[in-house]
Design a protein around this ligand. Structure first.
Ligand code: ZN
Length: 213
């Protein structure tokens, strides 16, 4: 069998370890269904797993991940809309109370857009998808004297703000946001130090959260 050994080893560790303490919870969730209060829109990046960062148990987070944690603006064309479908399910069916857009440092998608590196080209999937951050790039402005690292961090953070704005283009969700029934949040994960910063919507600044109380 070609199934990756790393996954089988991990599965066995899960069965003999974590499942033991979570068995009742899994059983209950299987019977009653899931009712997570938080939806996370995160990046596919293997270093930025929301369940790990937020120490989440089964059933607690409804997660959609895509390249560079983006949400396209609302549209109802005839094509397929994976993120929009997840949003519809999270908001309409699960009735999540919070939506967190989780950006991160060293995002390959943002870097590919900013530096027009391979495999970016207008006809490629990544190129088309990453064109969604063009408004964020406009917000940041020209790179000027900024170092590459500083420019990319600004782009990553501006993209989170832009994605939060795109969420408000979904009419039903926007109504819930205006009524305070759904709260949206921007966050940013610094990979090297494992540091989480949260967006202050008033100032547009991301502030590091205290790691302990
Ligand atoms: Zn990323």
């Amino acid at each position: 069998m070609q199934f990756p050994k790393r996954l089988l080893d991990g599965y066995r560790a899960f069965r003999s370890g974590r499942l033991k303490s979570e068995q009742d919870r899994y059983r209950e969730l299987a019977e009653t269904g899931q009712s997570p209060e938080v939806m996370i829109i995160g990046c596919c990046d293997s270093r930025v797993s929301p369940e790990v960062i937020f120490d989440a148990r089964p059933g607690e987070l409804f997660v959609v991940r895509n390249v560079a944690n983006l949400v396209p603006p609302y549209e109802t064309g005839g094509t397929y809309h994976g993120v929009s479908a997840a949003l519809e399910f999270g908001v309409g069916v699960l009735k999540v109370k919070h939506i967190v857009v989780l950006g991160h440092a060293h995002c390959g998608g943002v870097k590919a857009f900013a530096e027009e590196t391979s495999p970016i080209s207008p006809g490629d999937f990544i190129g088309r998808w990453m064109s969604l951050i063009a408004p964020a790039a406009d917000r940041v402005g020209p790179r000027g004297d900024m170092s590459s690292a500083e420019y990319l961090e600004r782009m990553e953070k501006a993209s989170v703000i832009n994605t939060l704005q795109n969420l408000k283009t979904f009419p039903r969700l926007n109504k819930l946001i205006e009524r305070g029934e759904v709260k949206v949040h921007g966050a940013y994960f610094g990979v090297a130090l494992g540091e989480l910063s949260v967006l202050d919507p008033e100032t547009g600044e991301f502030w590091p959260m205290k790691p302990t109380e």
